[in-house]
Design a protein around this ligand. Sequence first.
Ligand code: SAH
Ligand code: SF4
Ligand code: F3S
Length: 470
Amino acid sequence: MAEVLHKVVNEERQGEAFAPFAEDPNTYNKKFYIESYGCQMNFSDSEIVASILQEQGFGATRNFEEASLVLINTCSIREKAEQTVRNRLQTFKSIKDNRPGMLIGVLGCMAERLKAKFLEEEKLVDIVVGPDAYRSLPGLINEAEGGQKTVNVLLSREETYADIAPVRLDSNGVTAFVSIMRGCNNMCTFCVVPFTRGRERSRDAVSIVNECKDLFDRGYREVTLLGQNVDSYHFVNAEGEEITFDKLLELVALVSPLLRVRFSTSHPKDITDDVLHTMAKYDNICEYIHLPVQSGNTRILQQMNRTYTREWYLNKVKRIREIMPDCGLSTDVISGFCSETEEEHQDTLSLMEMCRFDMAYMFSYSERPGTLAARRYEDDVPEDVKKRRLEEIITLQNGHSRESYKNDIGKTFKVLIEGNSKRSDADWCGRNSQNKMVVFPKGSHNFQKGDYANVKINSATSATLIGEIV
Ligand code: SAH
Ligand code: SF4
Ligand code: F3S
């Protein structure tokens, strides 16, 4: 296996498919099925697409065999992500062969990357739509119903879908994702996202706050603000006031003290002390930061165009812990980037030793066509070396995760109850502020989904805390 999406913590969304569930599937005469891959932004986009389709009289179904429209929202981040999508299309093909009239649409980053080529490569695909063109879906579906294959992969400098109320798919009714910006202006040399998602743009702060208020009124108790680089959020409102990310966080935190606020992803070069102080000031802003480091070596970081050094990153972590001693911290790491030496790989391990992340997503470098790295550098670290380095990174992180979870034994956390635990209906599961999953018996207490419970931790695995209500 060339690469691993290693889940040290139960992160249920990244890299997994999901089938949706609309609130009342029987009120619609046409049915669509949507499956999403990749990051949370992609899952969030699927909820925009569901909203656009519902307007057209389409209801969501969990069963693709009964859908007249099958959509797959794709990811291009690593080669394996694209391969997964191609395999999935083969499964859909066998169904389409027996169901004339069924339409298959490819959405998201792979649609954007491959454009019309998709129609040549995968004959069964009828519709190809990029991330900024979802408003054109109804027209494209119409044309496709008439037998015409259709493509719209135009990227936009303005589109944020601010006015579209997402239809929550596969929701637990407690936690929701809210997109605050789109695109990315950082040109990390390994990364395909700037090409598939276009230029960075921030969504109107008023529409973000209104969406959060509406979620709260409907019983949701946690929102995660999403962007590829949330710290560069920037919006000028009607009064000419500049709203930066720390201000936005505050506006959302003020919706209600009972609404928890999270965000993802922060960039080490952009996260400010203002953000950290705002997090510390409001109890309902969770003390958890996902801060992808990618490498612990300054030369490699420069080659990646991350624009910070090892020392800069270590200083940021120090600052976070000065301001919030109990802040949860996770990261992303890439092994075997172009020209990485053994010593440079050791720098990544030593940085991990110094930072002691609670959790990490770890990958081996996968060259993506068209990226700066693909054009400038040779992908010269042999696969077996990338894999061995990745395994060393994973082994080290597993130890740190175990230790981090073990250190929580004896502590008491405020946990937002998300629902029954996966293993037993007699147990609740939910997260603490630091984003760690906590499982505990319901006992005779009268708690409901969406309530907060104080839970004392009695034992731990490397991905779950187990406790009891106190
Ligand atoms: N915007 C986020 C990351 C988005 S992609 C950020 O800047 O941190 C999620 C993660 O996938 C990245 O952090 C990186 O670790 C990994 N990744 C991106 N491109 C990759 C590639 N070509 N090969 C391997 N991993 C990659
Ligand atoms: Fe990719 Fe870098 Fe943008 Fe993250 S910040 S999406 S890694 S280009
Ligand atoms: Fe993948 Fe696109 Fe997200 S490439 S990680 S789905 S922005």
